[in-house]
Ligand binder design. Structure first.
Ligand code: HEC
Ligand code: HEC
Length: 301
């Protein structure tokens, strides 16, 4: 009787362990998405996506100002330790020059690396997962035109247990589902376009949405402002309530010039966002402004 109970207990534990191992396994994209992102992309459109998405602000080689030198290695401080984003230049050995479109899309839209490993959400793929297949393939085509940069980033310095990459699977179970992705069409109204840009490539919530202690976004307080990951300062509330004194034009103007209606200039991590958004068509900034002026958390977002 005792042995049977003990054996039963062992089986239950083994079953739970096996189930959670399966549930937390890296899940690459489905075949239809892979096919769609593998079609030839347009580098000129991809350039706009690149600046909307601000890939350079984390992947630019440190100590230089060319936003297309993507050698990686800048320190990215978070409450879980320091990341050193990898080289994503077109270098075949050290960067992603030898990657397929499928490898690229799996990283960007599923948080899965080419060795089928989980990627840490310090790389804002939970937002990029909402990008359209067209934007992803155009971005990939554009990145191929950026120069190769040799050299690899230093290893991350993460505290235990965050250093266990496989544990990202639990985080994804709680906070990430690639299926939430709205599939934008090319002809959308300005507000829908704004929502897409804010939630997808623009990844505004990665800095402006507060997080739980496990680093998951709190949807009910989306875009209401949050402490900065490096520990000092806070991002402002950019919902309709937070920007009640701003007109849509004020917002669009601030996003491309850094100048606010009260005459301040946007600094800290927002400075890099503004530098990139200055490269983006005015219509897209107007769409972002329109969406923010209507956005209330919990109001269907
Ligand atoms: C907020 C910082 C940040 C931004 C913005 C960012 N990344 Fe990253 N990226 C990272 C980090 C950190 C990693 C490493 C994740 C890991 O080790 O699991 C990474 C990993 C990657 C990888 C996997 C590379 C490899 O060798 O495994 C690719 C590809 C990538 N990023 C592309 C992009 C692209 C394209 C953009 C813009 C659309 C972008 N990233 C924007 C931080 C960022
Ligand atoms: C890397 C982090 C980061 C990202 C990503 C980011 N922001 Fe910000 N944002 C900030 C910080 C920090 C400030 C405060 C800057 C200051 O006060 O100098 C700010 C300020 C702002 C302001 C000024 C609001 C006010 O009341 O002063 C607006 C508007 C804004 N962000 C919009 C956006 C939009 C739209 C996006 C996405 C396209 C975005 N931000 C993405 C960090 C970020």
């Amino acid at each position: 009787m005792k042995t049977a109970l003990a054996l039963g207990g062992v089986l239950v534990v083994a079953a739970v362990a096996a189930a959670s191992w399966v549930l937390t396994a890296p899940r690459p994209l489905d075949a239809a998405t892979i096919r769609a992102v593998s079609e030839p992309g347009d580098p000129a459109s991809g350039r706009v996506v690149y600046f909307l998405a601000g890939c350079d602000s984390c992947h630019m080689s440190p100590g230089q100002s060319d936003p297309l030198r993507l050698g990686g290695g800048q320190e990215l401080k978070t409450p879980f330790g320091s990341f050193f984003p990898p080289n994503i230049s077109s270098d075949r050995a050290d960067g992603i020059g030898a990657w397929s479109a499928a490898d690229f899309a799996n990283a960007l839209m599923a948080g899965v690396g080419p060795r089928e490993q989980h990627l840490y959400p310090a790389f804002p793929y939970p937002s990029y997962a909402r990008m359209s297949e067209k934007d992803v393939r155009d971005l990939f085509a554009f990145l191929k035109t950026a120069p190769p940069v040799a050299g690899r980033a230093p290893p991350d310095k993460l505290g235990f247990p965050f250093s266990i990459r496989r544990a990202v699977g639990f985080w994804k179970l709680l906070y990430f589902s690639a299926d939430r992705r709205p599939r934008p069409t090319d002809t959308v109204d300005i507000e829908a376009r704004g929502r897409y840009l804010v939630e997808g490539p623009g990844h505004c919530g990665e800095c402006h949405t507060p997080r739980t202690v496990l680093g998951g976004p709190i949807a009910a307080r989306a875009l209401t402002g949050a402490p900065l990951p490096e520990g000092k300062g806070k991002t402002p509330n950019i919902t309709a309530a937070g920007l009640s004194d701003w007109s849509e034009d004020d917002i669009a103007y601030a996003l491309s010039t850094g100048l606010t209606p009260s005459g301040d200039s946007l600094g800290g991590p927002m400075a890099a966002v503004v530098r990139n958004l200055a490269q983006v068509p005015q219509a897209d900034l107007a769409a972002i402004a329109r969406y923010l002026k209507t956005f209330t958390p919990g109001g269907g977002a």
